[in-house]
Design a binder for this molecule. Structure first.
Ligand SMILES: Cc1ncc(COP(=O)(O)O)c(C=O)c1O
Length: 355
């Protein structure tokens, strides 16, 4: 069976985890998490990195630490994982959905301008499948109107823009290290920011509102959003060969693209040289039929995220044509780091036969 995606943590991570366990370590968040945070902040060209249990609580924490008035409006792309929208509700804020651009599947600056109101205080920008999109324009729009920009960079480990890792355009950026991500902790997340004060706030927020572990003085309201050193060891070990991981993902995408580019019924949005996909996404009519055929051939795929406004909880949002078109006609293809070239070729010949 070829999975749509499975984790490939590598020999080094396995070795380091065993060594850590054998040495009777403390397991909770400690030195190895600080090491991971330093290394991830260096890799992402950011000043501060704060580890979190996942890429949902990261966004929730950012929103809470912005101290916004209840019902402040937060604008989110209609094509993203549901967590990006749910955190707005979780933080007691008001959600509005924005359509995407057909060129990069990220938030459309044109539609954003239409949706901004005097209550808009935050934009959460998702780099869909590692695509940088029009972050420059979005950032300018936000700066001009004093709107906070948060990047949901869950898909975008290894994507760079103007020689900097993505995630440095707004107040803070959220990363996820869940199972399918380029670096996986099983479950895990991190926030990067270049704002020292904001980083300090986030650290207090994730540690019961206290400055350090073991001292029970709580001058601020905070919770427990810590991780474990076991998770950090997993991530630090994978960061060691991050360049190789990035290269492999790019090669996988390019091989699919080369095999499918002659098929006019399949749309693929090519990746730029500075972008890294987390998986391979294709768009065509008749995904249900083709998904079944692939499964019969032991190839597992996944539908891309449905448009948020097709979910019962968000059905009141209308007028989002581009995201509705793409999200209803897309498949994630097998994209694990260890997929073989001959398997990609076989999958593509099935696709070319039936589409
Ligand atoms: C774009 C996006 N944002 C947020 C999340 C949530 O991250 P996590 O699963 O780590 O909570 C995901 C998870 O896949 C995602 O794809």
């Amino acid at each position: 069976m070829i999975y749509q995606i499975k984790p490939v943590i590598g020999k080094l991570a396995k070795k380091n985890i065993i060594k850590y366990i054998k040495n009777d370590n403390w397991i909770t968040e400690f030195k190895h998490t600080s090491i991971f945070e330093k290394k991830f902040s260096k890799f992402t060209n950011s000043k501060h990195c704060i580890a979190f249990p996942n890429g949902t609580l990261t966004m929730y924490a950012i929103l809470k630490c912005l101290n916004l008035r209840k019902n402040s409006e937060v604008l989110v792309s209609n094509y993203t994982m549901v967590a990006t929208a749910n955190v707005v509700k979780m933080a007691g804020l008001k959600l509005r959905l924005v359509d995407i651009s057909e060129y990069d599947l990220c938030m459309s600056p044109k539609d954003l301008l239409k949706k901004i109101s005097k209550n808009t205080k935050v934009v959460i920008y998702t780099q869909m499948n590692g695509r940088v999109g029009q972050i420059n324009e979005i950032s300018k729009i936000c700066k001009k109107r004093k709107i906070h920009l948060i990047e949901d960079s869950a898909h975008a480990i290894g994507s760079f823009y103007k020689r900097k890792h993505i995630g440095n355009s707004g107040i803070a950026s959220s990363f996820s290290f869940s199972m399918p991500k380029l670096i996986t902790m099983g479950q895990g997340g991190a926030i990067i920011t270049n704002n020292k004060l904001f980083a300090k706030k986030l650290r207090l927020f994730k540690n019961f509102g206290r400055k350090t572990d073991g001292i029970d003085v709580h001058n601020y309201l905070g919770y427990n959003f810590k991780i474990t050193d076991l998770q950090s060891i997993l991530a630090t070990s994978q960061l060691k060969n991050i360049k190789e991981r990035i290269k492999l993902k790019k090669e996988i995408f390019q091989r699919y693209l080369n095999n499918l580019k002659g098929n006019k019924k399949i749309k693929m949005i090519p990746m730029k040289s500075y972008e890294t996909p987390w998986s391979v996404d294709i768009y065509f009519k008749g995904t249900k039929k083709v998904k079944k055929i692939l499964k019969k051939n032991n190839v597992l795929t996944r539908y891309v995220y449905p448009p948020l406004n097709s979910q019962k909880i968000y059905k009141n949002f209308k007028g989002l044509p581009v995201s509705n078109e793409y999200c209803k006609n897309g498949l994630w293809l097998p994209s694990s780091l260890d997929i073989k070239a001959k398997d990609i070729d076989r999958i593509c010949s099935i696709l070319n036969k039936y589409i």
